[in-house]
Design a protein around this ligand. Structure first.
Ligand code: CA
Length: 749
């Protein structure tokens, strides 16, 4: 009930409530190429589920498959899409219709968001032109459909196996349809297929197969674009149910996956889905204003979808997966559909803190990826995709090993995988491994003028990734000569620092800086950002960066300048204003570009320079301005949980600036109260009773009832259970956190 209300009373307590009722799966749907407010779709799924389902407004193959201001639905699509830019694979669609309307134009129906219910675990909509209500409730690998028909002799369910090579077979004696789709957007072996099985709970009156939208004779078709048309004579209000499952392994496994629904009614599966979501979301029990609660749980929902399970359970109940790398069926876990360039920053640290057993499985999946492909993944969907830069898999692996979330017996092997990935490059997919590693290892940077794009961004991220490798090497007792090499390389960020601008700048092979240089130019030596955004990508050595700038005061001045410089930009590298630039321009926060990932840790850096109150101010500004629980709710691409997990952490009052260190840098909580129910049974209890939109500053902080004067918490502090009492004020406390002893970790300390 609370979820239906909007605004008005506050604060709200979530405890004992259905957390999933606060989630708005439509947050971020009012997006298009030129302006993203999230570029998300309503993922109707289980947390980290292998298959998601979504209503489809876009045409077949369009990555913008559900856009809020489109008014017609073409079907309900099984989707595995991580982002519209990466697009989908293994998709097929189901659509109930009145009348023989097969292709996606004919069958499309007007609908209203007011006649739509979207929950993480359930979706329903009224398809106006067919006078049919469609409902879906999924499990990890299967889904239950319920269609409420009008009185008609021409009720149909269209099954669309999609184009580019598909298969369909109707099996009337078993009330069953099977088929497969081969649709993908790259990153799959030759033999890739998604095999599906659909079982109807009412015996149909007619069975047909179709090709290119035209009904054909027979019961089976394999061609470019095929599907099935199943006919029913229905009474008004008659409900027809269908159970659906799929597998990347084969039809037999798809039948096995269908057992996730065995012995359960539609409503039982729906209730089970609600409980699973409430339990997952309920790890965080927060108290804030109602709108903020809706934002918080919508963000948390986005934080526990990716990377998705890409494994299934065999006849003996053991995990097994189709390898998106070599096309074989192999034992063990596999996960996919995330880009580490985005998610290393705080999504994986969130999993390590709040959902460590899930990340332990993911780490096993990463080792399998290495065994099957020779590399750790960087952008996988489902196999390697050419996208973004860095070898930030090192951060994802290191944070989990340093916190002993990774099973001990695979830590060595993952470390070897990190070393290999840091000293090689995928022959076809240059964003896997390290593009330019030969230059980097020899010169200490990737040169600007040797045909390797975004070279400065690569150098900065490689240097941090090398610090990550060194940490794990030390933990695992590797030789000093090895760890020293990576520690030395962790200083490589210094090679790109230009003291004449106090900024990072591309450097040519001969040691000269790139010229001309415009600090406001997006892309070029950087990735989807400018030098003002990327200069801060020294997660492991902020003190070292301060030293390069000359003083703490200069460093703070440079941070201040990001907000003070008007939102002017140079888009010439791209030839047009990319959406990330536009999202910065329209927010009236200067050159601060929270809509993209490179700068998302920047505000926290005031804590390393003795002016934490500035972080507190800007964090509150960002939380209040950049996030809403509405269809235009994000300030840029959400990106597989990263931008959402930022809000989850920041609302609690801390953030993992340097994953693989043991520290979380303190911000300023938005919650009035929060309890994080850790897997080990301990609790992090945060109170900030005076919080309101004026009181954004920390006056005083107590840890376990004792005054606490540092600008960070440690993993140890949090994981053993802790109470954190924040006294909030509308005036900055310019005395707290100002001394070097209070500052977070830097390698140069
Ligand atoms: Ca992004």
């Amino acid at each position: 009930m609370l979820a239906l209300a909007y605004g008005g009373y506050s604060p709200v307590k979530a405890e004992g409530k259905n957390y999933s009722d606060y989630v708005n799966p439509l947050m971020g749907k009012l997006s298009e190429h030129q302006l993203s407010t999230g570029n998300t779709y309503p993922a109707i799924a289980r947390p980290w589920g292998m298959n998601f389902w979504m209503p489809q407004t876009g045409k077949m193959g369009d990555g913008w498959a559900y856009v809020y201001d489109n008014y017609r639905l073409r079907g309900f699509k099984q989707t595995h899409q991580p982002s519209p830019w990466i697009n989908d694979y293994g998709m097929f669609a189901i659509m109930p219709v009145k009348g023989m309307k097969i292709n996606e134009e004919e069958r499309a129906s007007w609908f209203s968001h007011k006649a739509e219910v979207a929950k993480p675990y359930y979706y329903s909509v009224y398809l106006a032109e067919h006078d049919i209500i469609a409902e879906i409730t999924p499990t990890d690998r299967a889904a239950y459909f319920r269609f409420t028909f009008p009185e008609t002799d021409e009720g149909y369910i269209v099954i669309d196996s999609y184009d580019r090579g598909s298969y369909i077979k109707v099996i009337p004696e078993e009330n069953k349809i099977i088929g497969y789709t081969t649709r993908n957007s790259g990153g799959v072996p030759e033999n890739f297929k998604n095999y599906f099985v659909i079982v109807l709970e009412k015996t149909p009156d007619s069975w047909s197969v179709w090709k290119d939208g035209k009904v054909c004779d027979g019961k089976e078709l394999q061609d470019e674009h095929v599907g099935a048309l199943i006919g029913f004579k229905t009474k008004r209000g008659e409900k027809i149910q269908a159970r659906v499952a799929s597998s990347f392994i084969g039809f037999e496994q798809a039948e096995r996956n269908l057992k996730e629904l065995e012995g359960k009614s539609f409503d039982q599966v729906k209730e089970e889905g609600r409980k699973v979501w409430d339990k997952t979301l309920g790890v965080f029990d927060v108290e804030m204003d109602l709108d903020e609660m809706r934002t918080f749980y919508s963000c948390l929902y986005r934080s526990v979808l990716f990377p998705r399970r890409f494994y299934e359970f065999d006849a003996s109940g053991k995990p097994v997966h189709y390898s998106p790398y070599n096309g074989k069926v192999l034992p063990g876990y596999m996960f996919t559909d995330t880009g580490f360039w985005d998610t290393f920053r705080c999504l994986f640290p969130l999993l390590n803190l709040a959902y460590p057993s899930m990340n332990a499985q993911i780490q096993e999946g990463l080792l399998n990826t290495y065994k099957e492909s020779g590399f750790l993944p960087e952008w996988a969907s489902p196999g390697p995709r050419g996208c973004m830069v860095g070898t930030n898999s090192a951060s994802v692996v290191a944070d989990a090993i340093m916190k002993d979330i990774t099973p001990k017996e695979i830590q060595e092997a993952l470390y070897e995988a990190m070393l290999k990935t840091a000293n090689d490059c995928h022959p076809q997919v240059k964003s896997t491994g390290r593009f330019g590693y030969e230059y980097y290892n020899e010169l200490g940077y990737v040169p600007y003028n040797v045909g390797i794009n975004e070279s400065a961004a690569r150098t900065l991220e490689y240097a941090y990734d090398d610090w990550c490798i060194a940490q794990v090497g030390k933990k695992l007792g590797r030789s000093a000569s090895e760890t020293d090499l990576y520690l030395k390389r962790a200083h490589n960020y210094k090679n790109l620092f230009d003291p004449s601008h106090n900024l990072m700048r591309g450097k040519n092979k001969d040691g000269q800086f790139q010229s001309p240089f415009n600090p406001l130019k997006w892309g070029d030596a950087f990735t989807e950002g400018n030098s003002w955004h990327y200069t801060w990508s020294v997660f492991h050595d902020v003190k070292g960066l301060q030293n390069l700038m000359g003083s703490r005061e200069t460093f703070v001045h440079m941070l201040d300048s990001v907000f003070a410089v008007p939102p002017i930009f140079d888009e010439s590298y791209y030839g047009s204003v990319i959406h990330e630039i536009r999202e910065m321009q329209i927010m009236n926060m200067g050159n601060y570009a929270h809509g993209n990932q490179p700068v998302q840790h920047m505000i926290y850096l005031y804590n390393y320079a003795g002016e934490p109150w500035k972080a507190q101010y800007w964090l509150r500004q960002t939380m209040e301005k950049m996030y809403r629980p509405t269809p235009d709710g994000y300030c840029g691409d959400e990106d597989n949980g990263q931008t959402s997990a930022w809000y989850v952490f920041s609302s609690l009052g801390f953030y993992p600036v340097c994953p693989a260190s043991d520290q979380y840098v303190i911000g300023a909580p938005l919650v009035r109260k929060a309890t994080v129910n850790l897997e080990n049974g301990k609790k992090i209890v945060i109170t900030a009773p005076d919080n309101n939109s004026e009181n954004c500053y920390i006056k005083k902080l107590k840890m376990n009832k004792k005054e606490y004067d540092k600008n960070y918490f440690t993993y140890e502090d949090l994981i053993k259970g802790v109470t954190l009492q924040f006294d909030m004020s509308d005036k900055p406390n310019t005395q707290r956190g100002t001394k070097a002893a209070a500052f977070p970790y830097s390698m140069s300390e």
